[in-house]
Ligand binder design. Structure first.
Ligand code: FYN
Ligand code: ADP
Ligand code: MG
Length: 571
């Protein structure tokens, strides 16, 4: 006869769920399957919100965007092997963009995996993830879950944010322990995103340099938007009277119609400026690596605010590095600049005059009339711009080549963190994931301006948008191809060209199949009224925007990065 008494157990699912909640995680994006299906059910049963997507990359993109917008890591949960690899693409994108997210994945048993014995969905995921994320951890035992999740969150949000991969080993997922012992291990981490104060000497050096400038310029990057110190950044810029140039996702940190915005004269201010204060932006390809013709072929005196010490001097020498978190650096700099005279008035006046001329030049191209079904990027996006100006709370998601470049130039932003785009890598495939993440965390309307090619990478997740009834309007800029829709096969035979799609696709029928609202716009007037109806309705809507197949240019504004075939050289 046994004299055993029963002990209450806690399982790994409960430990994971409680640990995520202790770290402020409210939403999970993913796709269930072996071995994590029951984990997802349990998460919902315990009151967690779950957004089931149709492709893991889109779920991971949603998580990355949610992390960017809130500062709390977005969480994506995948199944092993290919599911994990699909999610890893989104995690890598989040890391490259400096966005906090956590990719959790179920994994096959370690015994089989490490001996390569061929388990179901066997893959060495930890090592596959490592080069593409800020850190990769594996939790092997149920008792390590609280520390493992806290470690993942702290790594994702502190310093330069990024994605963290957490391998949920089979051994851990099947584990249990006495409930009383497990509960004792659960904890809420203290201050996961600590302030990192800049050194006073560095602040003085930066302030002195800025005071000496004749033609100062501030460049705002998405790090500045992420930092959520909008009013301090605005005050620094307005108090000093220095013109600012927003990187694409920093548009709206100060409104695009601000008198000091130099965005419409980018190619004038970059070479002209003498001292450039960079706030949360990198001197990568998007800023011509800080050198060359874009910068007037001269080394600028750069002041760079960044939380990552090794970002400094990554491309060109930085005269005044200011390493710390943006909130602390801006506060310290404002104190050090107290009483500084405003930036020279002729510099600002020259910029304002040229910017007005650029805007005046652009305006008539936005109002051009075209035959029905023959819109171009200018008049279609001009219509979008005018509608969105009435709904500044709307998040704009924007990807493509011409759709991206024209969208960035034409559509004004009025509020911070309301523009999400192809980002640091300049990639396609962010679209529906970004819409889902933004709609979930903001609760406000989202409008996606998608190249028809760009949309293809994530299009199936329109169904997710419909299923969760998210207030998303997707506009497909449909010219029937990549860059253009009218290219012919260079070989002269019958197959389509590499950049062509089926002509005349009705993408609006796709969302109708899922139960959403489809619309087909052939003129700017139609587009304008359909878009406004869609935003107001908050119903999942897709507008097929019919463009001239000849609209667009190869590679958009970055055609210089493309490689052409070379057959002849000057003798
Ligand atoms: C900007 N501009 C304007 C305005 N805003 N003119 C009038 N009115 C307004 N409101 C002008 C601006 O001064 C530039 O002209 C031009 O419009 C374009 O502005 P942008 O986009 O700021 O400048 P540019 O040179 O294109 O910017 C470089 C860049 C950017 C690399 C930062 O192109 C970018 O973010 N690209 C991402 C591309 C990408 O990821 N593509 C996806 C892959 S496509 P000038 O001053 O005359 O130059 C795969 O093939
Ligand atoms: P953009 O593409 O808009 O130019 P990047 O993503 O290249 O912007 O640069 C953002 C920079 O901001 C990164 O170098 C990152 O380390 C930095 N950063 C992000 N958050 C903070 C923060 N809170 N404090 C300081 N720097 C930050
Ligand atoms: Mg196209």
């Amino acid at each position: 006869m046994s004299s055993e008494t029963e002990v209450e157990l806690i399982d790994s699912f409960s430990m994971l769920i409680e640990s995520l909640k202790n770290n402020g995680i409210q939403n999970i994006y993913g796709i269930p399957g072996i071995p994590v299906t029951a984990l997802v059910r349990s998460w919902q049963a315990e009151g967690g919100k779950y957004f089931g997507c149709r492709h893991e990359t889109n779920a991971a993109m949603a998580a990355g965007v949610a992390g960017y917008l809130t500062g709390v890591p977005g969480v994506c949960l995948t199944t092993p092997a290919p599911g994990f690899l699909n999610g890893l693409a989104g995690a890598a994108n989040a890391t490259t963009n400096g966005w906090p997210m956590i990719l959790l994945s179920g994994a096959a048993g370690r015994r089989n995996t490490d001996l390569q014995q061929g388990a179901f969905e066997e893959m060495d995921q930890l090592n596959a993830a490592r080069p593409h994320v800020k850190a990769a951890y594996r939790i092997n035992h149920i008792s390590d879950i609280p520390i493992g999740i806290a470690r993942a969150v702290r790594t994702a949000v502190s310093g330069r944010p990024g994605a963290v991969y957490v391998d949920l080993s089979h051994e851990m997922l099947t584990g249990t322990m006495p409930a009383a012992e497990g509960e004792k291990l659960l904890f809420k981490p203290v201050d996961p995103t600590p302030r990192q104060l800049p050194c006073p000497n560095a602040v003085k050096r930066a302030a002195d340099l800025l005071k000496s400038a004749k033609k100062p310029l501030v460049i705002l990057g998405k790090g500045a938007a992420y930092a959520q110190v909008d009013s301090d950044i605005k005050a620094l810029i307005e108090d000093t009277g220095i013109p600012f140039l927003p990187m694409s996702m920093a548009k709206g940190l100060l409104p695009d119609n601000h008198a000091q915005n130099a965005g419409a004269v980018r190619s004038y201010v970059l070479p002209e400026a003498d001292v450039v204060l960079i706030v949360g932006a990198r001197l990568n390809w998007l800023l011509a690596n800080g050198q060359g013709r874009t910068w007037g072929n001269q080394l600028k005196k750069f002041i760079q605010i960044d939380i990552l010490p090794q970002e400094i001097d990554s491309n060109v020498p930085i005269a005044a590095p200011l390493v710390g978190d943006i909130a602390s650096c801006i506060a310290a700099l404002r104190t050090a600049l107290k009483g500084m005279p405003k930036a020279p008035a002729d510099w600002l006046a020259g910029i304002a005059e040229r910017a007005a001329a650029s805007r005046d030049k652009l305006a008539p191209t936005l109002a051009v009339k075209t035959a029905p079904g023959m819109m171009n990027y200018r008049n279609s996006l001009g219509a979008v711009r005018d509608v969105l100006a009435k709904y500044p709370n709307t998040t704009l998601v924007n990807e493509g080549a011409n759709a991206l470049d024209n969208g960035r130039m034409i559509i004004d932003q009025y509020l911070p963190r309301k523009r999400i785009d192809s980002g640091t890598w300049g990639i396609m495939g962010i679209g529906m994931g970004a819409c889902i993440g933004a709609a979930v965390v903001t609760g406000e309307p989202v409008v996606a301006i998608e190249g028809d090619s760009a949309f293809g990478f994530s299009g199936m997740d329109v169904e997710t948008i419909v299923r969760y009834n998210l207030p998303v309007t997707v506009c497909i800029m449909n010219n029937g191809g990549i860059y253009k829709g009218n290219e012919t096969n260079a070989g002269g035979y019958d197959d389509p060209s590499p950049t062509s799609f089926t002509p005349g696709i009705r993408y609006d029928k796709m969302i109708e199949a899922f139960g959403g609202v489809g619309m087909n716009a052939t003129t700017p007037e139609e587009l304008s009224s359909m878009l406004e109806t869609a935003i107001k309705s908050r119903k999942p809507t897709l507008i097929n925007v019919v463009l001239d197949p000849d609209a667009g240019v190869e590679s958009g504004r970055i055609s210089g990065l493309n490689i052409e075939r070379k057959k002849k050289a000057a003798a």
